[in-house]
Design a protein around this ligand. Sequence first.
Ligand code: NAD
Ligand code: DAU
Length: 341
Amino acid sequence: MTVFVTGGAGFIGSNFIFYMFDQHPDYRIVCIDSLTYAGNLSTLASVMDNPNFRFAKISITDKDMVDKIFAEEHPDMVINFAAESHVDRSIENPSIFLETNIIGTQILMDACRKYGVKRFHQVSTDEVYGDLPLDRPDMFFTETTPLHTSSPYSSSKAGADLLVLAYYRTYNLPVSISRCSNNYGPYQFPEKLIPLMVINTLEDKSLPVYGTGENVRDWLYVEDHCKAIDLIIHNGKIGEVYNIGGHNEMRNIDIVKMIIKAIGKDESLIKYVEDRKGHDQRYAIDPAKIYNELGWIPETKFKDGIQKTIQWYLDNRSWWGEIISGEYRDYYDKMYSGRLS
Ligand code: NAD
Ligand code: DAU
C-alpha cells in the first residue's frame, strides 16, 4: 500500500505520518510538501531514514511535478493535508489560499483520475459551516449543516470540499472528506492559539487575546484526529463527509488562563487586543456519524492533552526557537505590533 500524504511537514500531516507508521509499519508513505513557512523538515527527522518513507519537495499547485510523482509511485491513496491553514493570514492575503487550497486540490484530483487511486481523502475543517451563536449550546454542526463560511480561509476550504464532491459525482473519483474541529498537540506552528500562548507565557511576553476572549472552539488532541482519518480511509464510505470533534468546547480566555496556571506565571500577562475581522463565535461538532459508523471516539482528555502539549513545548525549545527567530518574527511583529503597542 502506497499512501501519499500531502502537507506532511506541517502540524497534523506530520503527526499523521507518525501515526500511520505506528499502525501500518509495512505501508509506503510518500510525503509531498512544498515547505512553506509552515512546513518544517526537521519535524520529520525520525522517519527520514525509514526505507518505507520518501519526502518529495513539491507544490500541489505544480501540475507537472505532481504528475511526475504519481507516475513514479502510483499511490493507492492520497490524503490531502496540504493547505494554507491560518485564518489571520487569509485575512491579510487571500490569493495564496485560493491557489493552494482550491487549485492544488483540483490538480491532485486530476492526477488521481489519470493514474487511478483507491481513495482520495480531503482533510477539511469545521470552519466550512461558519459559526454558531454563543447563547445556543444546544446547537451543533452535523454533516448536513449548510456551508456558510466567514473567512477567505474557510471559503477556500469549502470551495475545495464542493470540488471534491463534484469529482465524485461527475467522474466517480473515490473520495471522502473529514471536517475536524481545532487540533492541538506537538509540532503545531506557533502562530496558532495554544502554541502561541504557551511560548509567550514561557518567554514572559504579553498574551494577545482577541476581543473579549469568549469565543468558543471545540479542541481535539491531534492523535485522535489522525486515528479518525485512518478509520475513514480504510472503512469510511466513498462519497461521504465525516465530522470529527470531541465535545470539548472551551472559551479562549479559559484556555489561556489554564496555560498560565500550568506554567506557573501570572494572569497580568493577558492583554485583550483588537478582535479578528469576521471572528467566528463558536464551533461545536456533532460526531455521532463517525461514532455510529466507524466506532471512533476521542481518547485523550483535554486536561491530559494540554499537559502533554505544554511539556512537549518545554522539551523542544530548539524546534520552536528556530521558528520564532526567523520569518515568523516579521509576521508576529506585523500582526501584533498595532494590537499590543
Ligand atoms: P499547517 O499549516 O501546520 O501545515 C500545512 C502544510 O502544508 C505545511 O507543511 C506546508 O508546507 C504544506 N503546504 C502548504 N502549501 C503547500 C503546497 N502548495 N504544496 C504542498 N504543500 C503545501 O496546517 P495544519 O494545521 O497541519 O492543517 C493541515 C490540514 O488540516 C489543513 O488542510 C487544514 O485546513 C486542516 N485542518 C486543520 C485544523 C487545525 O486545527 N490545525 C483543524 C481541522 C482541519
Ligand atoms: O476549527 C478548525 C480550524 O482551527 C482549522 O481549520 C484552522 O486551520 C486552524 O487554524 C484553527 O482555526 P482558528 O482560527 O480557530 O484557530 P486559531 O488558533 O488561529 O485561533 C483560535 C481562537 O483563538 C480563535 O477564536 C482566535 C483566538 N486567538 C488566536 C490567536 C492566534 C486569539 O485570541 N489570539 C491569538 O493570538
